[in-house]
Write a protein that binds this ligand. Structure first.
Ligand code: HEM
Length: 544
């Protein structure tokens, strides 16, 4: 796809910048045995986050009914009604969703995040690369029950997986792939697992194989060798030995093939996990597989600062750790081009280090607050697009360049009319704040609307955008006055906003977010405290 495309940019970042500070969720599965719940002293042992994420994806999907197209990976597992069902015993779902919620946005639904989380857990923990498509839609109500349970018989399980869209062989494969991770915990399943009284396993989790926090075919080799401790194979009560019945249901043919070939197991699991994650309610259209953009701008911000436009951001060179000479070419409205050399800013990785990317900042210097330094541009000339050269080779998305919108931008003349006593850091309990956002609108652009955008949760916790119109100035600017006119709006909250506009029938949002907490007092405003803290936060997508 071609950058910018806000939804695809955000999904691509979540999927490929797995351990980057801007967008990554991988820190919760590094190391793969990491478990961030239970008491702070880490006294609860035996579980890991990654297995919970994979089980969450399966249980969310497993309510799919191929006959009527209902259910599937739609984050219906977030409803209390589903979590309280016996088929969803345990605390894994609430733990998982508590981690994922801060990575969702208007562009990344919880259902997409459940898919990305499962992929991240598998890929970061020795597993195969899994194709990711985006565009899942969060359900507005719980789905009917439908997750298989260990005490059900083989024919029920075959029927259940058929309803979900999987053949008997695919059922064996998908369960073996899933049960490469984790195990069965005593507390929610006391009828299957007794108290184990083992060191480093205070939660008494009987693991499916000896390498429970990483992906490998030990679940099959140990099963075939007869050494398995899988509690759903060798459990004392045969009624709940569902893996035993299922794995043996084709005379062990599938499990034998997995035990013989780690590669076959990995490639089969890559296919089966993708099928599981792409099982969605009918009517939901997934995107094409999201491959990483080789050259990708991020955190791009264009703001008016006095008589200059300030342009900042980063560009990511995907899976490239070489020390490159990276230049940015800025094309303006007059048909001229300015060039600047960028400097290496930081590196990030994905897939457990198999992919390593390097990020270059727009002018190579960083501000005190850690944000990249900004390039200064002439407001009259503006900017239409960026291009890059990497060691002299032009990168311009096949000739179209990387479009930049200079019609509607935030203006640094925005300021506080009432500065809070605590300096805006929110530490004071009773600390009024008020201020003015100035939005600079390029003369001649004539937007139909300019508005602030705030991400809020709807009644079923889906992220939606609340828009607040910014009124045009009462007095239109004199034609020759300057390149931009200021539209202003008074605010009294500390929310973060992006700026939206409708220009020539198309809707546009800035990537940079702004809040009163970033601002200094207006000239002459009452100052409650001498020093104000300046904070700026910029995301690869439209806010957190
Ligand atoms: C007949 C089908 C299945 C049955 C009866 C079953 C049963 C179970 C049970 C009883 C647990 C223990 C949960 C806990 O202690 O919290 C478990 C864990 C797990 N299951 Fe399954 N499962 C099935 C299919 C699958 C599939 C298809 C996947 C994924 C592809 C999967 C992935 C997992 C994972 C990753 C765990 C470990 C969770 C953790 O350690 O926190 N299961 N399963």
């Amino acid at each position: 796809y071609v950058w910018p495309s806000p939804k695809l940019d955000a999904l691509e970042a979540q999927r490929w910048d797995q351990d980057d500070t801007i967008s990554g969720v991988a820190s919760f599965v590094q190391p793969c045995s990491f478990f961030n719940f239970g008491p702070a002293d880490g006294s609860e042992t035996g579980r890991a986050n990654g297995p919970d994420w994979i089980r969450t994806a399966y249980h969310d999907m497993a309510t799919h009914n191929g006959d009527d197209g209902t259910g599937g990976l739609d984050a219906s597992i977030r409803f209390e009604e589903e979590q309280s069902r016996p088929e969803n015993a345990g605390t894994g779902f609430q733990n998982t969703l508590a981690v994922f919620v801060s990575f969702t946005s208007r562009h990344v639904s919880m259902a997409d995040m459940i898919a990305i989380g499962a992929i991240t857990a598998i890929e970061n923990c020795n597993g195969p690369q899994i194709a990711f498509r985006g565009g899942r839609v969060d359900a507005d109500a719980p789905n009917p029950p439908g997750v298989p349970e260990p005490e059900q018989d083989l024919s029920s399980h075959i029927a259940s997986f058929a309803r979900q869209g999987f053949t008997q062989t695919e059922m064996i494969s998908l369960i073996a792939c899933g049960h490469s991770f984790g195990g069965v915990e005593h507390k929610p399943f006391p009828q299957i697992v007794p108290e184990l009284n083992e060191a480093n396993n205070s939660l008494s989790v009987a693991h499916f194989d000896t390498t429970f926090s990483v992906f490998d075919n030990n679940v099959a080799t140990e099963y075939i060798a007869g050494t398995t401790q899988n509690p759903l194979v060798v459990g004392a009560n045969d009624t709940t030995n569902s893996d035993k019945r299922i794995f043996a249901s084709d005379n062990n043919a599938t499990m034998l093939s997995f035990a013989k070939s780690p590669d076959l197991f990995a490639s089969t699991c890559a296919t089966m996990f993708a099928r599981m994650l792409d099982t969605v309610p009918s009517g939901v259209e997934l995107t094409d597989v999201i491959d990483p953009l080789p050259i990708k701008p991020a955190s791009v911000a264009l703001v008016l600062d006095g008589d200059k436009l300030k342009f900042s951001g980063l560009v990511r060179l995907f899976n490239d750790t070489a020390d490159r000479t990276v230049q940015i070419l800025l094309d303006d409205r007059n048909g001229s081009t300015t060039t600047a050399t960028l400097a290496n800013d930081h590196s990030s990785s994905a897939m457990g280090g198999r992919v390593q990317s390097t990020w270059y900042a727009f002018n190579g210097t960083s501000n005190d607050d850690g944000t990249p330094g900004a390039l200064s541009l002439d407001p009259a000339a503006g900017i239409t697009r960026m291009r890059f050269t990497v060691d002299g080779k032009l990168e311009d998305q096949g000739g179209v360049g990387f479009a930049v919108q200079d019609g509607v931008v935030f203006s640094r003349s925005s300021c506080l009319t009432v500065a809070p006593a605590d300096g805006g850091d929110g530490s004071g309990s009773d600390s009024p704040i008020a201020g003015r956002f100035d939005i600079a609108v390029r003369n001649g652009v004539n937007p139909a609307r300019v508005f602030l955008e705030q991400e809020v949760q709807d009644s079923v916790n889906r992220t939606v955008v609340k828009e607040t119109d910014v009124p045009p100035p009462a007095q239109p600017a004199a034609a020759s006055a300057s390149s931009y006119s200021i539209w202003s709006i008074d605010l009294k909250d500390t929310n973060r906003y992006t700026i939206g506009a409708e220009i020539d029938g198309a809707q546009f949002s800035t990537i940079d977010t702004h809040s009163l907490t970033d601002l200094a007092p207006c000239e002459g405003a009452k100052r409650r405290r001498r020093r104000l803290e300046h904070k700026r936060k910029s995301h690869g997508y439209g806010g957190a």
